[in-house]
Design a protein around this ligand. Sequence first.
Ligand SMILES: [Zn+2]
Length: 280
Amino acid sequence: MDANIWTLGLDRARRKLRALESAARCAHQADPLAWRGRPIVTIFYDVEGDYARRGASHRELDGVGRILEIEARYAIRATYNVVARFALDVPSLVGAIRDAGHEIASHSYDHSILTRLPTNALIDNLCRTRGTFEALGVAVVGHRCPRSAWDERVLDALASAGFAWNAENGAEPHPYRIRTDSNRTLWRFPVACDDWPYESEGCSPRQMLERWRRLVEDARGRRSHVAIGFHPWVESAPGRASALDEFFHWLVEDAHVDVMPFGDVLRIAAGTPRRAAAYG
Ligand SMILES: [Zn+2]
C-alpha cells in the first residue's frame, strides 16, 4: 500500500517535470502557425477496442460507424489513432476510415503503457505497429501514447521508428519540434482535452458540448491550434452522438476555424520557414 502511494507520487512528480520541460521546449520555438489568420482545430479519436477495456469492441465499432456518418455530413476530416492489434482484428474498420478520407495514426500495437516496457520491447512495439498498418495498405506517421504516458525514451523510440508526429496531453500553446536529427524531425501536438469527463466526472452531453466550444472560443487570438480527442466507445452512449453532431455543426458553420487532421497541420507547420520569411 505504502509502496503504491509512493509510486503514484513519483509518477505525478515525473508528469509535472515533463510538463515543465515541454513548456520550456515550446517556449524556445516560434509558433509555426502564427502567420495564419484562423485557428486550426484537430479532432481525433483513440480507437482501442478490447485492448483498453474488455468488452468495448462492439461499442467501439458502433461509435466509429456513427462518427463517420456525422463527419461525412460536415465534410470534417479527422485523425484516428488505432491500436494495431485491433486493426488486425477488424481490417475493414481501417479501410472504412481511410476510404472516408481521414488520417490513420498509431495508438501502439496493443495499448501497452509504453513507459513501462524495456527499451527493446518498446522499439519492437512501435515498429510492429508501423509494419501492421503498412501491411494493411496505410502509411502511418503519427502516434499517441496509451494513457498519454510518455518519456524521453519513448520519444527516441518514436524518432528511430520513423514517426513524424506525436500528440499528448499538454498546455503548450502551439505545435513544436521535440526531436531533430539529420534526416527527420519529430513534432509534438499538445492535446487540450478529450471526452473522458463523461466517464470520470459524469458530465452530461450538454456540459461536454459547452466545454469543447469554450476551448475553441478561447483559442481565438491566443492559440493557433487546438486538438480535442474522443473515444468512439464513449461517444456511443445515449445522447452523446447528437452532442458531437451539434459540436461539428457549430465548428463548421459558426466557429471561424479550419478543421483538419494532425497530418495536414504537420505539412503546414513543417513548411513554415519559407512562408514565415515571406510574411516577415
Ligand atoms: Zn487509449
